[in-house]
Design a protein around this ligand. Structure first.
Ligand SMILES: [Mg+2]
Length: 311
């Protein structure tokens, strides 16, 4: 059986988008049938289950995966693809139907937000080799690693994610605001490609392949998901009033021109600090400094509306 003939496995996170994925499940499955996409559905049962399920399905011989959920679901499937030892990750075809509350990753890779549009992309879209990052961080149980295809957030960004995940039902924008009042920026040493570029108080940083996180905030306006480099946006030490006043500029990327912002690119990143500074990726809180981030160039084969650019 060739990859073309093989049926897809669907990994659906029933909790995605405040259970929208459960509510819309039949509708999405009917659309898949309408476009003659043959599939077998699987459902995640708890946080982290998407990683084990993806790994198991690949070990059983499946090579075509459709994820249905939000950025967290996408991240778990990517981690399953990279944690299995059976085949090279780029041998897995990965398609995605966004049903989350943020859906930030699909904004960069040209997967439509509507179900039918996303399914048409599966049917007609081209393969695209996407860069993946591996972030290694400190926890109470030692060093751990996590892969990511969108954005890793450091400092304030991770503080917000910790607080959002603790109070699941609360208003996101309000949590961002109350977190701001509570957050205390720390001194951070940033080493890019073995060169120290700063050692000072920073408020926040975004590092990644995609352009959007935090529900449509364009934190990395110049990022390309297949150019083999991470984009970084560093928020130096703005006053809290400056952050509040400029929030709207996050949505069109124009905040990068503000005097307390710097933009960088790198293949390899090391972050150190005296006091623990936390890192998150795709809305999942991880651990803290020291943090190392490595690039795995064009290693994830996704189906999207865009084609790889020729380098
Ligand atoms: Mg890039």
């Amino acid at each position: 059986m060739t990859l073309v003939d093989q049926e897809w496995v669907v990994i659906l996170n029933p909790f995605a988008g405040k259970k929208k994925a459960t509510k819309h499940k039949e509708k999405i499955f009917k659309l898949l049938e309408k476009y003659k996409i043959s599939f077998k559905p699987f459902f995640t049962e708890h946080v982290g289950h998407g990683i084990d399920l993806t790994k198991k399905l690949i070990e059983e011989g499946h090579r075509k995966i459709i994820g249905i959920g939000g950025d967290g679901t996408m991240n778990e499937i990517v981690n399953g693809i990279f944690n299995q030892q059976v085949v090279s990750p780029s041998e897995i075809a990965f398609a995605f139907i966004p049903v989350g509350s943020g859906n930030d990753w699909v904004r960069t890779v040209g997967i439509p937000h509507d179900y039918e549009g996303a399914i048409k992309t599966i049917k007609t879209g081209s393969f695209f080799l996407h860069d993946v990052g591996k972030v290694t961080y400190q926890t109470n149980e030692g060093r751990k690693s996590r892969y990511f295809a969108n954005i890793a957030g450091l400092a304030y960004d991770a503080f917000v994610v910790q607080r959002v995940n603790k109070k699941k039902s609360s208003n996101y924008k309000m949590t961002v605001f109350t977190s701001l009042l509570k957050y205390k920026p720390q001194v951070v040493k940033l080493i890019l490609d073995d060169k120290e570029v700063l050692n000072e108080i920073i408020f926040s940083a975004a590092i990644g392949h995609g352009r959007f996180n935090g529900k449509a905030m364009m934190q990395l306006p110049d990022a390309m998901p297949d150019d083999g480099v991470f984009d970084l946006t560093v928020y130096h030490n703005p006053t809290k009033m400056q952050v509040i006043k400029n929030t709207n500029k996050l949505y069109d990327g124009s905040f990068v021109k503000l005097p307390f912002i710097s933009q960088h690119t790198a293949h390899k990143i090391r972050i150190e600090s005296e006091n623990a500074v936390y890192v998150e990726t795709d809305g999942e809180e991880l651990g803290h400094t020291p943090v190392d981030i490595e690039m795995i160039t064009r290693s994830l084969k996704i189906i999207s509306g865009i084609k790889n650019k020729v380098v």
